[in-house]
Design a protein around this ligand. Sequence first.
Ligand SMILES: NC(=O)c1ccc[n+]([C@@H]2O[C@H](COP(=O)([O-])OP(=O)(O)OC[C@H]3O[C@@H](n4cnc5c(N)ncnc54)[C@H](OP(=O)(O)O)[C@@H]3O)[C@@H](O)[C@H]2O)c1
Length: 298
Amino acid sequence: MSNMGIINEYFTLNDGFKIPKLGFGTYNEEFADNTKSIKEAIESGYRFFDTASLYETERYLGRAVKESKLKREDFIIETKLWIDEMGYNEAKRAIEKSLKRLDMDYVDIYMIHWPRQTGALNEDWKRLNIETWRAMEEMVDEGIVKRLGVSNFLPHHLENILKNCRIRPVVDQLELHPGYSQEGVVAYCKENGIQPMAWSPLGRGRTNATVGNSILVKLSEKYGRSIQQINLRFLLQKDILPIPKASSKEHMLGNKSVFDFELTDEDVSMLSYMPQTAWLGEHPDFVVPDKKSNPENL
Ligand SMILES: NC(=O)c1ccc[n+]([C@@H]2O[C@H](COP(=O)([O-])OP(=O)(O)OC[C@H]3O[C@@H](n4cnc5c(N)ncnc54)[C@H](OP(=O)(O)O)[C@@H]3O)[C@@H](O)[C@H]2O)c1
């Protein structure tokens, strides 16, 4: 497979592991039944891929990695367990299923996808997180998971893990983009040595809100870069790791071309404090996104 320039700038995680500063997201229908876009992302130079049991894209990611003919160690693969896979025994079963779907014998980062359940289980979230984490720590001991992370964890959720863990989370994956930069939780992560990672770094193409925003349009003109590149550059300058999803090579390559220009501190600050826009509306304590259509879909 041709190599169109691997992303070779890295963040160092709290266990010393060096991770590319830009990853690739696989949440979307077009990834759920084919390997074409993921293969194109590999060809475009992406090596760090995000998936989750919820997305039903693990098997296609695994297949694309295998068919790339590159070595497994050339990739960084992260996946997540969903809320119906939380608990000590459930987590152990979840990783087995994920590894089977990925057709891999380890993942680089294994994450709790969502900190809190609604409904009857809601009160029990602290205990459930700790039990799940204990199972995940044992996965690290076994070598089937290299390191642990969380997603959509706010400081009070992180505190529960940090107070009770043997192995600290290396990353927290959050919705982060201009117009939703969650300064408080990002600062908390940094104070605690946890790498913030941005999901929907482009505002999920809710371009109406983000792309149409006059601040971003002005900055796009000023720097001669696309609005998506301004979004990604903004996150990188805040030491946040974005994982944009794209389904055309043009987008994949465009999103990668963000290491050769710099926003001024003033522009970064302006984007940090712009009015809230393009928030997906899924608050970790109050809203749980739709369950996967078929949890047993193996
Ligand atoms: N942990 C969580 O709870 C959570 C939640 C949501 C997402 N995620 C992860 O984060 C990843 C990224 O987030 P996301 O998929 O929600 O949204 P996103 O990456 O912010 O946006 C993806 C959208 O932007 C478009 N796009 C990409 N590059 C572009 C470019 N250069 N120019 C114009 N449009 C462009 C894509 O269109 P095309 O497809 O046409 O290129 C797609 O519609 C997901 O895939 C998933 O892995 C995690």
